[in-house]
Design a protein around this ligand. Structure first.
Ligand code: FEO
Length: 401
């Protein structure tokens, strides 16, 4: 049965939530699921904005059929051709052969690459500033390359002051009946997943995100409709734009401490616990700790970007950084981690190497301020090293002041 919602006079939500998928892009755990948002406009001409992933095909077809109620489908706007939004495009064109695809040149090339679907002679190719009137609505196309793939564009509907924002302003998490962010306690229940989605998916492309935010700032926007997660309207919009400005500029969102440790037998972990206690004794309240062997790196990466100060602690393994820490640091480098205060603690039983190797990796990142001389543990922390831990806790306190 159809499950659709009217969100404006003539605009309908036809998206579907998926709670069965374990890994988004086959890499990011999504225990709360994900939504594939899609919209149908019933103006003089009808428009479908994006399709959906194959996993939700039958519900999606039913939703679109129901909203169109026998009307022809004139246009399918493809903002982003990544398969989670365009997998069903071919099938939709079979079901609605009269529909014309509206998208970017790059998108047409990539749809052909992925799906073997040749739209070169049939699609309307748009570029920055092109417009399409559907009756009372006037759609203007805004190029948004690398937010998150190179073919991405947004649509701005000047009649309803609505921005269709592709992956931007999206969030992991299935929708639980409510569609709009202001129908949830977003800050409490969604912000962590929104940050994890942003940092992991588009975090590398802060410059491009800033460019698009700049373009968007010249538009009067009353509604933002992303491809994932809650929709945005009215007074809630500036809150989320502000978060994106912080994330895209690589500024810490909060003064706070994150301690990440990669421990084999628990001795590096023990030192991490002691350091956290010393930090707490100094009145530091916002402390996050992660055992990198246990927590998926996407969560840790997200919190590294959230907080201003990080401690990385790793055993030596095969004369290298212990793998979970190596993976985190490589991931941080790829996502342009920068502008943070960082401290290092290494462990090793016969050939200490992890501290040096961690420092080498961090040196490849921009504006990383090492606040201590690496503390070296030989197998386990000793009484005579407590002073060094206390001194590091003082440095952390200073970094957070
Ligand atoms: Fe939601 Fe970049 O795909």
């Amino acid at each position: 049965m159809q499950d659709t919602r009217k969100i404006q006079d003539d605009l309908y939500y036809v998206g579907v939530s998926d709670r069965r998928l374990a890994l988004f892009e086959n890499i990011y755990p999504i225990p709360r699921g994900v939504s594939y948002n899609s919209y149908v406009l019933l103006d003089e001409k009808t428009v479908l904005f994006d399709t959906a992933d194959s996993s939700v095909a039958s519900q999606f077809y039913e939703n679109v059929d129901y909203v169109l109620s026998g009307r022809r489908l004139d246009y399918i706007v493809v903002h982003h051709m990544e398969p989670d939004h365009s997998f069903l495009l071919g099938e939709m064109l079979l079901k609605y052969p009269e529909a014309t695809v509206v998208t970017t040149k790059k998108s047409i090339e990539m749809i052909k690459q992925f799906q073997g679907l040749d739209l070169e002679d049939s699609a309307i190719v748009v570029s920055e500033g092109d417009t399409l009137s559907t009756g009372k609505h006037n759609l203007a196309f805004v190029m948004a390359p690398m937010v998150h793939w190179p073919e991405v564009m947004f649509t701005y509907d000047s009649y309803s002051k609505t921005l269709f924002s592709a992956d931007a302003f999206g969030t992991f998490g299935a929708l639980s009946g409510n569609l709009f962010s202001d129908e949830y306690d977003f800050d409490r229940d969604w912000l962590d997943d929104a940050r994890r989605y942003y940092i992991n998916i588009v975090g590398k492309y802060g410059v491009q995100v800033m460019n698009v935010l700049k373009k968007a700032s010249s538009l009067a926007i009353e509604m933002i409709l992303p491809l994932h997660g809650p929709l945005w309207r009215g007074d809630s919009i500036p809150y989320f734009i502000e978060k994106h400005k912080i994330w895209a500029s690589y500024e810490p969102e909060k003064k706070g401490l994150i301690i990440c440790y990669a421990s084999i037998y628990g001795n590096t972990e023990n030192a991490a616990q002691i350091l956290a206690s010393k930090a707490s004794e100094r009145g530091i309240r916002d402390i996050r700790m992660y055992d990198l062997s246990k927590t998926d790196v996407s969560y840790v990466l997200s919190d590294c970007f959230k907080y201003s100060t990080a401690v990385f602690m790793s055993s030596t393994y095969n004369l290298e950084i212990f793998t979970p820490m190596k993976n985190l640091l490589e991931d941080l480098k790829e996502h342009l981690y920068q502008n943070r205060d960082v401290a290092l603690i290494e462990n090793g039983s016969w050939a200490l190497q992890s501290g040096k190797k961690m420092a080498e990796l961090l040196c490849l990142m921009k504006d990383i301020n090492l606040i201590n001389d690496t503390i070296s543990i030989k197998s386990s922390l000793k009484d005579n090293q407590i002073e060094a831990i206390e001194a590091l806790a003082d440095k952390i306190k200073e970094s957070l002041s």
